[in-house]
Design a protein around this ligand. Structure first.
Ligand SMILES: [Zn+2]
Length: 303
């Protein structure tokens, strides 16, 4: 992963930290204006300091004393209608530092995925829970497919790591893909969404050694990869086929999740690419092939 991208993610996380701390600080200033709270809080701080001194000399301190003092000032806070004077960090693990025990925290992956999403022009993410099946002609079938995909997104221990979603334009495959991507981002996974077209540009750059960045490496190693519209990209001999195979095969070996959408049937896939790609996609022990047949009513009406 490019350092710039990680830094961009860290900056976003640390901004959240600053906001949480500023918010806490202003809440505290507000609370301190109240004499009762101020008195209770000072008492709490005195005990805290006292306990620290005792600990330094190896003396025992009564843990209940501090706890009671906190309960008292918290009670007063409640009466004042102030929720908290402690920062409410978005990530409780790293307290919005992005780094924990010298390692990147999982919340950084979520931020990086969001940045990648923005750069990919995929627009907004969708939510499984808010999906409206009324717009589909075959709503029962669509609901079933959405359920299967929702479960797949939330299943960690599956050997079926490749999803091949077949569907023409207006069958809801991009919507389904956005729901799935959202599900993984919620899980703090490093997700990359790209189109077959963008991938083919990357292959050419990489092949002619004009691009020595980690871009291809990220495609091979991100936790979840979405490739939209396979089959619509320009085809370059010795490049498109080889690199597409490389991605599918490498990710399969590493047990990394890959979702491909396409309007190519498996047979068409075989014709355009080759036997190797076809057999990887069609291997029932490692992949799931789903065909979206119905159409989105809104799309039908537009035609
Ligand atoms: Zn974190």
């Amino acid at each position: 992963m490019k350092q710039e991208l990680l830094n961009e993610g860290l900056n976003i996380i640390r901004k959240k930290r600053t906001i949480a701390e500023n918010e806490a600080y202003s809440q505290k200033l507000q609370a301190m204006k109240d004499k009762t709270f101020s008195k209770l809080y000072k008492k709490y701080m005195e005990i805290l300091v006292e306990n620290a001194k005792k600990e330094a000399f190896g003396e025992k301190c009564d843990p209940n004393e501090l706890k009671n003092a906190k309960t008292q000032y918290m009670q007063r806070l409640k009466e004042l209608n102030i929720s908290s004077i402690d920062p409410e960090y978005t990530c409780k693990k790293c307290k919005d530092e992005g780094i924990i025990d010298g390692r990147y925290c999982d919340c950084l992956k979520k931020e990086v995925s969001k940045i990648l999403l923005k750069k990919s022009n995929f627009g907004k993410l969708e939510d499984f829970q808010k999906s409206d099946f009324e717009i589909f002609e075959n709503k029962q079938e669509m609901k079933k497919i959405y359920d299967i995909m929702f479960q797949w997104c939330n299943k960690a221990d599956t050997t079926k790591n490749l999803i091949y979603l077949i569907g023409q334009t207006g069958t809801g495959k991009t919507h389904l893909m956005r729901c799935m991507a959202n599900e993984f981002i919620k899980q703090n996974k490093l997700v990359i969404l790209t189109t077959a077209f963008n991938l083919s540009q990357l292959f050419i750059k990489y092949h002619s050694s004009k691009d020595n960045s980690d871009a291809l490496n990220d495609i091979l190693s991100c936790e979840v990869l979405f490739i939209d519209d396979l089959g619509t990209e320009p085809f370059f001999n010795n490049i498109t086929r080889e690199y597409t195979y490389l991605i599918i095969n490498e990710r399969r070996m590493k047990n990394l999740k890959t979702v491909i959408t396409s309007n190519l049937s498996p047979m068409e896939l075989k014709e355009r690419y080759d036997e190797r790609i076809f057999s990887r996609v069609m291997d029932k022990s490692t992949s799931i092939v789903i065909e979206l047949k119905g159409s989105d009513k809104r799309f039908v009406n537009k035609k």
